[in-house]
Write a protein of this length. Structure first.
Length: 116
């Protein structure tokens, strides 16, 4: 006899899938650090590189493109000589970071530290 889980326990409903998608996005290596760097004022590629020690240029470029595609970061090309590229958190990116702050605070409390 096969026992089926109650429908309320399945993870295939839209709200569970949406939750899983955003947790996977934010949980990708370096993604949270890049978003935090943007929130703290990084605007140029080099500023992100300095704000996220250990990330390679290739991976930083890849993550910035992913975050732009997800609508969490905006990319602005300034036609100067040489051309300048500026990044900034989009309104959705700012909202996500605000939503994540209680999670960061919870992590500090669990570790026995005061929230920053």
């Amino acid at each position: 006899m096969t026992v089926e889980p109650p429908q309320s326990l399945t993870i295939h409903e839209p709200s569970c899938r949406s939750f899983q998608d955003i947790v996977e996005l934010v949980g990708r290596r370096w993604t949270s650090a890049i978003l935090l760097a943007g929130r703290r004022g990084a605007r140029r590629f080099g500023e992100y590189r300095l704000s996220v020690p250990g990330i390679s240029d290739r991976l930083l470029a890849q993550r910035l493109k992913e975050l732009e595609a997800e609508g969490l970061i905006t990319r602005t090309v300034i036609p100067s000589h040489p051309v300048q590229i500026r990044y900034a958190l989009s309104p959705d990116g700012e909202e996500l970071m605000s939503i994540l702050q209680p999670l960061v605070d919870w992590g500090y409390r669990r570790a026995g530290h005061a929230p920053q």
